[in-house]
Design a protein around this ligand. Sequence first.
Ligand SMILES: [Zn+2]
Length: 468
Amino acid sequence: MKILIKKSLPRTDRQSYVNVTFEVEHDRTRFIEHAHGTALALGVKSLLPLTRRRTITLMRRIVKEAQDHEITRLVLQKDSLPSLPGWHLDAHDCCRLLAENAHMAAYSFTAFKKQTKGEYHGLQELVLLGMFTKGERNSLARGDTVAQEIRACRDLANMPGGDMTPKLLAQRIRKAAEGSGARVRVLSKADMAKLRMGAILGVARGAKEDPTFIIVEYWGGRKSAAPIVLAGKGVTFDSGGLSLKGADVMLDMHLDMSGGAAAAHAVLAAARMKLRVNAIALIPAVENAVSGESYRPGDVLRSMSGMMIDILNTDAEGRVILADALTYAKRYKPALVVDVATLTGASLVALGTKASAVLTPDDELATRMCTLGEVSGDYCWQLPLWEEYKGMVKGRFGDIANIPTKGPRYGGTIGGGMFLAEFAEGYPWVHIDIAPRMTSDEDDNLAPGATGVPVRLLVRLLEQEESR
Ligand SMILES: [Zn+2]
């Protein structure tokens, strides 16, 4: 889909455009035929008054309804949204949110769909009708750039495990970075062995596919400015390993590299927007597989930090590979490290499917992330990471255990955070558990599958860093 700005519609093929209008008295959708064309009238009663969140919902619904009605070219008058009750966004903010969310709603994963002639191929043009200032056009362009990276991120995440191995993930990210201004380096299994990344290598052992460690570097800021490091979990398929998952929960586990895809594409967005920041993505990529070579429950892995990890459950592998990534991050002397991972099912128990969990020992940083979540639309909620929880991850024979060792099995998301905290030493750090947002809900007005969370949040973070 393309978003186009026009002052007026061409006289000749006006009939091929459908105008979107709003009706505030009800929630139904209907077509209205006028002498000068057709209008898609959306009932918006339950979205009024328009909060920021509801505005985001509405922007997606516009595209979703257009697609449900097989509309190819849709026209939105510039002043139509601001005329709705409760409107409070400024014009730039509106342009940014509209571009991001219209594109997100228009997306679907089509890599394996046969293209049939004469079939409906989704909304092709969203025409914004009116006068736009240069600033507003820039905001639309920024939203467009972010949306393209979200699209690419969702494409990576949605790709089945057999078609998205650690090696293929590295290739795809390398290709995506071409011409962006960011640089990609990929460490091989042998490189990782030299660096003594025993945690990543341990998890990867059962797979036929070798692990990779993908590094995306964008140096857009001052040379002396410390970078922000985004570490993303890149488990290309998670069977659970010998602590095997059940069939029902294994089905979507090709999405277990969503955090890695988001970290990479957030850095690429920053590069394409030419932000004056330094940003690095680190993606340990492995397949967690079952074989005679698999790491076992009870094994003790020596991490890059030197800390010995008790593997009590091979399905808690995300935190294990991120441990080495967090240690590797130290060499950048980072201003901040954000790790992003589909880490725990427990985060869904805690938050349902509407928010990612944010965990950090630094309350101010947690507030900053949750605020950015609200601004971007990648909503977050804080869970505690107090020292009182430290006993949860005490090692049995090693230094630290990869799942809570004692007491009732509650607070699994906090357990994951407490484990990572032990490796995130010497820099400010925040952990985002995006498992609740790994796949879309029906009422998100997004296609089934990956959501591209939290690319928008990470980009806003990098933009904020630029202006600090
Ligand atoms: Zn797992």
